[in-house]
Design a protein around this ligand. Structure first.
Ligand code: UDX
Length: 442
């Protein structure tokens, strides 16, 4: 059965969700206030790098199932299923999430509704938000127009956004106990094709569904900081954290994924989500429960300063006047996203300590320039390695993993490589006469 769907917000989450809902055969209208973004999307252009998304977008625009607008009235008239996918960034100078965009959508949309509607929230929000939005929507909707807010958190990973949306690990739906609405029935219709593949469908209350998302991200962040803390111990004990991670990862209770030590987590989700989670727990009087997340955050931020110290050691104790090549700027491979990117943050800190830093990334250069215009940039690994006293690999793109030392050894000044993601083969580099420094590796 085809649904008429509006998706509010056409950022990472919203654009992917809109395109994928159309791919499932639904009629979809993407809504945003940013006209430039809408113009790009209408012409089939994805305003960020996400493998495979542009094909899905173009295919569905051409098929007439996917359109974009800035008009809320048009969305209210067209759709009876609304997905909320706007951002919830960290507030300036505070840990809490900035909820203004989420509330703005409901404030603007609800009075314009013309038919019984369900609003599914997908944004990551502090627990309690969905219930507030539900009450607000009911208050603002025209007399006699039934509206229900349900929560349907999104777990997509950048770089795998299309696959994660069309073939998710699970679908979680939080229902408002005070509304005897149709949200579950509507969700089952919208996701029928996905659910037919036996994807677990967890129907719960609003608060649980909101917490599932932040708890998942807090767990992932904790797993990464755990291995990075162990890496610190490995360094002083002369042990190897990669072998250790392999060995503990064979225990199915632990698992090997998200146990890659390195310069830590960044991006638009994990860092801000654990902070917002702590802030919300504090508001609810459960701050003690999450004090460990402060440590998770602290371990993570320490990776960055520690990598700057490693780079300094690699440059014979001083960065002043040295040339440092940085390979990788995105917060992770297969992404052009540099929000809170450890790689770019480290490049900036090294430059502040007096080195000339040149950065190369396969996709993230233009976004990097917007944030750090004073860093040097190049268009290939070889170019930025010219005259380098040290080469730092800070994002594990395949291009760097598979790079042979011979590709850059003719141009560097000193054969010193620092592997911030433990993604190179130390034997290969050492055999080629390089000094190799990894993370948590003796
Ligand atoms: C994350 C969650 O995985 C996703 O479910 C949620 O919806 C949004 O936030 P994403 O931000 O795309 O997704 O990135 P993710 O793949 O989780 O990586 C986050 C960061 O952790 C990256 O900077 C990555 O380099 C780092 N990381 C990941 C490690 O340092 N070590 C690891 O072992 C894994």
């Amino acid at each position: 059965m085809t649904s008429k769907i509006a998706v509010f917000g056409t950022g990472y989450l919203g654009a992917t969700h809109a395109a994928c809902m159309a791919e499932l055969g639904h009629e979809v209208l993407g809504v945003d206030v940013d006209e430039a973004k809408l113009a790009a999307l209408r012409s089939g252009e994805v305003p960020f790098y996400e493998p495979g998304l542009s094909d899905v977008l173009k295919r569905n625009i051409d098929a007439g199932r996917l359109r974009f607008t800035s008009s809320y009235a048009e969305a209210a008239e067209f759709a009876d299923v609304h997905f909320l996918g706007v951002g919830t960034p960290q507030k300036r100078g505070e840990f809490g999430a900035d909820m203004r965009y989420v509330f703005a959508v409901v404030e603007e949309l609800a009075p314009l509704l013309t038919k019984p509607s369900v609003i599914f929230g997908k944004s990551t929000v502090p627990v309690g938000t969905a219930a507030q939005l539900g009450a607000l929507a009911r208050e603002l909707a025209p007399e006699g127009v039934d509206v229900e807010v349900a929560w349907n958190p999104e777990f997509l990973r950048e770089g795998f956004a299309v696959k994660d949306t069309l073939h998710p690990d699970r679908i979680v739906l939080g229902l408002d106990a005070s509304a005897q609405g149709r949200a579950e029935e509507v969700a089952r219709e919208v996701y029928a094709e996905i659910l037919s593949e036996d994807v677990p469908f967890i129907v719960t209350d609003l608060a649980t569904s909101e917490l599932v998302k932040v708890a998942a991200n807090a767990f992932l962040a904790t797993k990464i900081s755990f291995i990075n803390a162990i890496a610190e111990v490995c360094e002083v004990a002369g042990a190897d954290v990669s072998t250790l991670a392999d060995a503990i990862g064979y225990d199915a209770r632990i698992g090997r994924r998200f146990l890659n030590a390195g310069i830590g987590f960044g991006g638009g989700c994990l860092p801000k989500d654990i902070r917002a989670f702590m802030a919300r727990a504090g508001e609810l009087g459960a701050d003690q429960a999450l004090t460990f997340l402060r440590e998770v955050d602290a371990i993570n931020m320490r990776r960055r300063t520690s990598m700057v110290e490693t780079a300094k050691r690699a440059c014979d104790g001083s960065l002043l006047g040295k040339r440092v090549a940085v390979l990788g700027a995105a917060f992770k491979p297969n992404s052009d996203d540099v929000r809170d990117s450890p790689a770019l943050n480290i490049a900036g800190q090294i430059q502040l300590q007096g080195a000339a830093v040149t950065v190369y990334d396969p996709k993230a250069i233009s976004n990097s320039k917007a944030i750090f215009p004073t860093l040097g940039y190049g268009t290939s690994a070889k170019e930025v390695c010219q005259g380098a006293d040290a080469v730092l690999v800070l994002t594990e793109w395949d291009e760097f993993r598979s790079m042979a030392p011979t590709e850059i050894e003719g141009v560097v000044r000193r054969k010193v490589v620092v592997d911030g993601r433990n993604c190179l083969d130390p034997q290969v580099w050492k055999a080629a006469g390089w000094s190799y420094i990894g993370v948590g590796r003796s």
